[in-house]
Design a protein around this ligand. Structure first.
Ligand SMILES: Cc1ncc(COP(=O)(O)O)c(C=O)c1O
Length: 444
């Protein structure tokens, strides 16, 4: 690209006018000015190249600027870029809903579109609350969520997330949420050793559901198998299966927040599929469009949907966004599903999982590492000291070290995780792990 005057540069304009997410603007280093994406790589304006080992906040699936998705969006933009979705429909949305429905865990039949992961969760919570309201049980308005949970930054999603520095300023506005233990095996909530575990941590959820006896709890909300922002915590499949059993026993809908885990990350299309579990509501976003555009889906069972069908218009789900089911996003999502069907995406996923599995044992043995864990394409190591503190200075120091070596990683406090796009080559992924290994000896 042509040389820029310093005063007209991206970084100068950014510094004078932009407010970045999850960024302390006083102390954060200047952002990378990224000009292009190519597969697993990001290319900065100054020509430096960075291997995107976190899929740009967990969204990029097949690679940056993937040509088939880019072309699908361009074609769609030339035909219909946007239309109101109340009273109108369009081919990309209808086709996507139909196609996705066939891939979802059994029983999820109705798809409600929104824009991002937080709104997908917000919609699921509102659907669960209004489901009970429409059935004549308005007192059922509590959500059960897990310790260490993260579900997004809008108010209901934030309330369902575990208290953290992210949510402290808004605690007074919280919704009624009950918190159940998560299967964080490294820090077992019951203090048990792994070889003594029979998923006893489920007893916390069972106690809540039993005590409630169908009075106030409207739904149980979980990130299935993998709690992302809480520290890339991997649960045994038996935990999710147990949550489903308890929800069935106590007649409470289960919401699976697959915003992160959807679309292949766990090694299957969905974490619920891996565990053989069918939720009552599922939340999808991030990888839905291959990571190209903001789009989300909340899918519901027929039973939930039917509670909204009435001649009484007050039972309508009065929720929608200006860009609900935006045609460009739907076209991107269809193109991404097409890639799943026409290319060996699950072979690529298995290759990533194999490299992670090959590298983790040596990292786990490092004296600074407390735990190493993996779910399919997602792998993490947790430092033995200071990992629980998101605000600890170690995270930014590690990140700077990785960037100097051309690798984009963003540790969650002292949890260093790798979550690459599926097009990454084994040699590139080994390079990421080499840099992580080096950091353990070099960064205090
Ligand atoms: C499990 C989960 N749910 C919801 C969200 C919120 O998604 P978004 O950032 O698109 O609002 C995230 C984001 O990281 C997530 O990991």
């Amino acid at each position: 690209m042509p040389a820029q005057n310093v005063a007209d540069s991206t970084l100068a304009w950014d510094a004078s006018a932009v407010w970045h997410p999850y960024t302390q603007m006083l102390t954060a280093p200047p952002p990378l000015a990224i000009a292009r994406g190519e597969g697993a790589w990001l290319v900065a304006e100054d020509g430096r190249r960075y291997l995107d080992a976190i899929s740009s906040w967990w969204v990029t699936l097949h690679g940056h600027a993937e040509p088939r998705i880019a072309a699908a969006i361009a074609r769609q933009a030339a035909e219909l870029e946007q239309v109101i979705f109340a009273g109108c429909t369009h081919r990309p949305a209808a086709a996507l809903a139909e196609r996705l429905r066939r891939r979802l865990p059994a029983g999820l039949e109705r798809l409600f579109f929104s824009d991002n992961g937080s709104t997908a969760v917000e919609v699921a919570i509102k659907l669960a609350l209004q489901y009970w309201h429409n059935l004549g049980y308005p007192q059922r308005r509590k959500i059960v969520a897990l310790e260490h949970a993260y579900h997004g930054d809008t108010f209901a999603a934030m309330a369902a997330g575990a208290p953290s520095p992210f949510t402290a300023a808004f605690a007074a506005w919280s919704l009624p949420v009950e918190r159940a233990p998560a299967a964080y095996c490294y820090r077992c909530p019951l203090g048990l050793r792994r070889d003594a575990c029979s998923i006893d941590c489920l007893s916390g959820l069972e106690a809540l559901l039993a005590a409630d006896a169908g009075e106030e709890i409207a739904a149980v909300l979980v990130e299935p198998l993998l709690q992302g922002a809480g520290g890339m915590i991997v649960h045994p499949v038996e935990f999710l299966q147990g949550v489903r059993r308890l929800c069935d026993r106590y007649g409470v809908p289960l919401i699976a927040d697959e915003v992160l885990t959807g679309f292949g990350r766990p090694g299957k299309m969905f974490a619920c599929e891996l565990a053989g579990v069918a939720p009552d509501l599922i939340c999808l976003s991030k990888g839905l469009t291959g990571g190209f555009l903001p789009l989300a889906v909340t899918a519901a069972t027929a039973r939930i949907y039917q509670a909204f069908l009435s001649r009484d218009r007050r039972k309508t789900f009065f929720h929608g966004h200006s860009f609900t089911a935006n045609p460009l996003g739907c076209a991107a999502a269809l193109a991404s599903l097409e890639i799943f069907e026409s290319e060996p995406v699950f072979e690529r996923i298995a290759r990533i999982a194999a490299v992670h599995a090959e590298r983790l044992p040596a990292l786990a043995a490092h004296p600074r590492v407390g735990d190493a864990r993996q779910l399919g394409t997602v792998a993490a190591i947790e430092l033995a000291e200071g990992a629980g503190d998101y605000l600890a200075g170690i995270g930014p120091r590690l990140q700077a070290f990785y960037l100097e070596r051309g690798v984009l990683l963003r540790p969650l406090g002292g949890v260093i995780y790798v979550l690459p796009p599926y097009c990454i080559q084994p040699g590139e992924l080994h390079r990421v792990w080499d840099v992580v290994a080096e950091s353990l000896d070099r960064i205090i």
